[in-house]
Design a protein around this ligand. Structure first.
Ligand SMILES: Nc1nc2c(ncn2[C@@H]2O[C@H](COP(=O)(O)OP(=O)(O)OP(=O)(O)O)[C@@H](O)[C@H]2O)c(=O)[nH]1
Length: 543
């Protein structure tokens, strides 16, 4: 079955996917939480700024009111207006107080002291119909709505301190300090603060032109929410659109004494810039972490897969028969165990093959020997150990051709034991066999030149082939054989010689290529018969 996927790819995907994926997930969650926390802290900071500004302004205004109250307070238990005028004139030196009136308890002006004009004392101007007089007479302090005059922002504060005869103190407060307070609030690089009154009318803004144009911010949802009291604290800090329709992060603080609101706002992109930077930093770290994880996974998987590949390659090689191959795995675990198992198996196979090969070559050798023996047997005479008739025919044919080729004489001798039938009859067949072996031995000892062949021709007949031997030499060799046999003196009572003798016929010719060796055999045979006829125990030359 074809392999669908490699181990390396599979495990890299699994490990890389799991670790990289979980790292990415945890990284994204971390970034998300950090983003939310940072967002909350940015919003909280903004709200604190707004509240601090509101508190500062409220306290400042409260301080002015306190000063007015202290100045308006009757001294040494005396309620006469004259005695308080001096204190009130001192109060005039307070920068934020533009003008102070002292009214008697009927609403008649007793003293008017201003930073720009000379003091007017005892004008008796009737101010009893004014709102501030009515309100103070009813027992409450009075704060007027803000109003513009000569390009400046004012508010009137009226109060009565002490017994009724002490009269009413009315101060016109220049709200310039409000603008200062607002413009001093720093919100990031380009953020700012502004203040609105309880109706949403702009009363302080770094762009004084907006204030002077009597701009209302009441249309802005965040201002509406603040006025309606729907938004409290953190919930009032949120993303919104400013007066110019730009997205901002905004928060507000309340000046409770006045019912005013101080808003701070900062362009959204600027407010969140540290968040984005942090998110990018965290994202980069997650990315680097993921890359490192993936690299680590690849390295780990490669380390795991490498010995498996070594096992795979080794198993393939051993399977192909390379049995001396050894698998090298040094992991110190099951894989190394498996490699060792393969190596042991290969070693075992190698030994078995070697044993098998040894047996095969042993058997082959035995077979060769058997074949050689068989071949020898097929060409050897069992009784005498001489070459047999078949071997004789082969050698005669080849020597005939060779002699014909080189033009040399080839001699052949045919030996027949004399009166051998009688020998058998007299001494028995076994003795006859032994006698034939003796004859063979004599023949072999006399016809022993290199290239000569002695063979048993059949029965008690022997034959020899002598290459490069002429008739005279052949006859001489035959005579020596006859003599040697006679000299052996094997007893033969039935022979006229008293011992075993033989008659030999020899012939020698230079063969012709076209001729047949039969003529040489026939010539020797005829000569042998002639030797018999001539009395036996002799050699006769034929041809
Ligand atoms: N013991 C024994 N006798 C054999 C063997 N081969 C042939 N003979 C005997 O050899 C004898 C040959 O006898 P013949 O052919 O009559 O010749 P001969 O008796 O030798 O007489 P001449 O050849 O005329 O001298 C036979 O009696 C065969 O049985 C053999 O292998 N062993």
């Amino acid at each position: 079955m074809p392999i669908r996927s490699t181990l390396f790819r599979k495990y890299t995907l699994i490990f890389g996917g799991l670790t990289g994926g979980s790292l990415l997930l945890s990284g994204l969650l971390g970034i998300s939480f950090a983003y939310q926390e940072s967002q909350l802290s940015v919003i909280k900071l903004q709200r604190e700024k707004a509240e601090a500004a509101a508190t500062r302004l409220g306290e400042y205004l409260f301080g002015i009111e306190q000063r007015i109250a202290v100045a308006a307070m009757p001294k040494r238990g005396v309620s006469a207006l004259e005695q308080r005028s001096a204190d009130i004139q001192i109060l005039r030196r307070t920068a934020a107080i533009h003008e102070i009136l002292l009214l008697d308890n009927q609403g008649k002006e007793y003293l008017r002291t201003s930073r720009r004009t000379a003091d007017i004392v005892g004008s008796k101007r009737d101010l009893s119909t004014t709102e501030f007089f009515r309100q103070v007479k009813s027992g409450r302090s009075y704060r007027s709505p803000i109003y513009f005059r000569d390009g400046s922002l004012y508010m009137t504060i009226a109060m009565a301190v002490g017994p009724e005869e002490a009269g009413i103190t009315v101060a016109e407060v220049d709200l310039e300090f409000l603008l200062d307070g607002i413009t001093r609030v720093k919100v990031g690089d380009s953020g700012h603060a502004y203040a609105v009154d309880s109706e949403g009318r702009l009363i302080a803004h770094p762009d004084i032109g907006l204030v002077l144009r009597n701009t209302s911010m009441a249309a802005l949802p965040q201002v509406q929410a603040a006025i309606k009291g729907q938004a409290q604290g953190g919930e009032a800090s949120a993303q919104a659109r400013n007066h110019d329709g730009e997205p901002v992060l905004t928060a507000f603080g309340t000046i409770p004494q006045l019912g005013w609101f101080v808003f701070v706002e900062e362009p959204l992109a600027e407010a969140y810039r540290p968040l984005y930077a942090q998110a990018i930093r965290s994202g980069s770290l997650v990315l680097i972490g993921m890359l490192l994880t993936v690299f680590a996974c690849v390295a780990l998987v490669r380390r795991v897969v490498k010995p498996i590949h070594a096992l795979q390659d080794g198993a393939t090689l051993i399977g192909r028969g390379v049995l001396d191959h050894r698998i090298t795995v040094r992991t110190g675990d099951e894989l190394e165990d498996l490699a060792n198992g393969f190596n042991r198996m290969a070693e075992q196979l190698q030994k078995s093959y070697a044993m098998l090969e040894g047996k095969v070559s042993e058997r082959t050798l035995e077979l060769e020997e058997a074949n050689n023996k068989l071949a020898a047997l097929s060409t050897t005479d069992a009784l005498t150990g001489l070459a047999n008739r078949r071997r004789f025919d082969e050698v005669l044919a080849s020597e005939w051709s060779r002699a014909a080729r080189i033009g040399q004489p080839l001699a052949l001798g045919l030996l027949d034991v004399d009166w051998f039938k009688a020998y058998n009859d007299r001494y028995g067949h076994q003795a006859g066999d032994e006698c034939l072996r003796q004859v063979a031995s004599v023949l072999s000892s006399k016809i022993c030149r290199t290239g000569d062949l002695v063979a048993r021709y059949g029965g008690e007949e022997f034959v020899f082939i002598a290459p490069a031997t002429d008739a005279e030499q052949a006859l001489s060799m035959a005579r020596k054989v006859c003599q040697a046999l006679q000299d052996l003196e094997l007893p033969h009572a039935m022979s006229g010689f008293g011992c075993v003798t033989a008659s030999v016929g020899v012939a020698s010719i230079v063969p012709e290529v076209k001729g047949a060796p039969d003529i040489l055999v026939a010539a020797a045979d005829m000569a042998m018969y002639r030797a018999k006829e001539q009395g036996r125990n002799q050699a006769v030359l034929g041809g």
